[in-house]
Design a protein around this ligand. Structure first.
Ligand code: APR
Length: 320
């Protein structure tokens, strides 16, 4: 049986980390793609030279030709520009929308059967545009944000309580921006909801609010520290978890930006919700019940994403 093929469009900070993780996890052969000639080839060679030490057999190649994406099983898209200090994810809209048009055409031509995971920001609008530009079915094009935002939330909770990250499960819905909705009621420590953790007096309400805000600002905090780019280790590892669930048909329930067709009362928009990821791609949206405050926060987040999608339609009328 042939190995699976994973194409990484964009070979920058996240792209290179994705390639390393995919190789270490033996997910398949890897093609790094970038418009800057030399970068994907250089990273591929460097990663190939670490194979003898790690013992992985994946073939890792670099290219600037879309035809090398042929028959990819998974395509992960990070092509575009990242944030600089002071920029919001939304500031990237116009530049990265043009990138999605090129990338969408390349995927449509050479990898129409792939499972596509978009990471490029502003995430929810870019994955929406990528699906439109590529014409691939909506269940095969999803965005990575919720796993990352939830992982940030988990890290902060575990760190605050002094417990293992393994016993914390956290859950963030909505758009990947300032309006994201970390859900305390559905986030747990060994099965105990955070709301009960507060009632028990293990964490103060104020501390929980602080952690929720720090989660929302998680990306900006790292941009502010790095100054020359944005986060890449945690985004890459989050996307690999999604790719692995698809390739191994694990059917993990992960928060991700998926196309909603009436679920949660939303139609025609990509936004972060829990979804089962398996061999069928985004197989099932899990419609959890939201209380009125959660629903209000989610609606506000959906409104922000819809605003970005409207802005995309103005820039690229063919998306309308
Ligand atoms: N086609 C292919 N690759 C492109 C294109 C394009 N049209 N335009 C830019 N690229 C490449 C760049 O040459 C660069 O190597 O995309 C890569 C992006 O890498 P980085 O600048 O290192 O950015 P990274 O940190 O990997 O983030 C990528 O993910 O989280 C988001 O906001 C982030 O949108 C950004 C994306």
């Amino acid at each position: 049986m042939a190995r699976k093929k994973i194409a990484l469009i964009g070979s920058g900070q996240i792209g290179g980390t994705l390639a390393h993780l995919a190789a270490l996890k033996d997910l398949g052969d890897i093609v790094l793609f970038d418009i800057v000639d030399g970068v994907p080839q250089g990273k591929a060679l460097d990663l190939s030279q670490s194979a003898p030490v790690e013992g992985y057999d994946a073939a890792i190649t670099g290219t600037s030709k879309y035809e090398d994406l042929k028959d990819s099983d998974v395509v992960i898209v990070t092509a575009g520009v990242p944030r600089k200090p002071g920029m919001s994810r939304d500031d990237l809209l116009e530049i990265n929308l043009k990138v999605m048009e090129q990338v969408g055409a390349g995927i449509a031509k050479y990898a129409p059967n792939a499972f596509v995971i978009c990471i490029t920001n502003p995430l929810d609008a870019m994955v929406w545009a990528l699906q439109k530009f590529s014409g691939l079915p909506t269940n095969k094009v999803i965005g990575m944000a919720g796993v990352l935002d939830s992982s940030r939330f988990v890290h902060f909770i575990a760190d605050e309580l002094g417990v293992s990250v393994q016993d914390v499960n956290a859950f963030v819905m909505g758009g990947h921006g300032d309006t994201m909705v970390p859900l305390a009621r559905y986030s747990t420590v060994a099965g105990i909801p955070l709301t009960d953790i507060v009632k028990m007096g293990w964490m103060s309400k104020e501390k929980l609010e602080e952690i929720i805000q720090r989660t929302r600002d998680g990306g900006a905090e790292i941009v502010g520290l790095l100054k020359t780019g944005s986060a890449f280790y945690a985004p890459a590892t989050s996307a690999i978890a999604m790719a692995e669930s698809y390739l191994k048909d694990k059917k993990r329930v992960l928060p991700a930006a998926v196309y909603l067709n009436g679920e949660f009362g939303v139609k025609g928009t990509y936004v972060g919700v829990p979804v089962v990821i398996g061999a069928g791609g985004a197989e099932k949206v899990v419609e959890i019940s939201l209380n009125s405050a959660e629903q209000k926060a989610f609606d506000k987040s959906v409104g922000a994403v819809e605003g970005l999608i409207e802005a995309c339609k103005k820039i690229a009328p063919k998306l309308a």
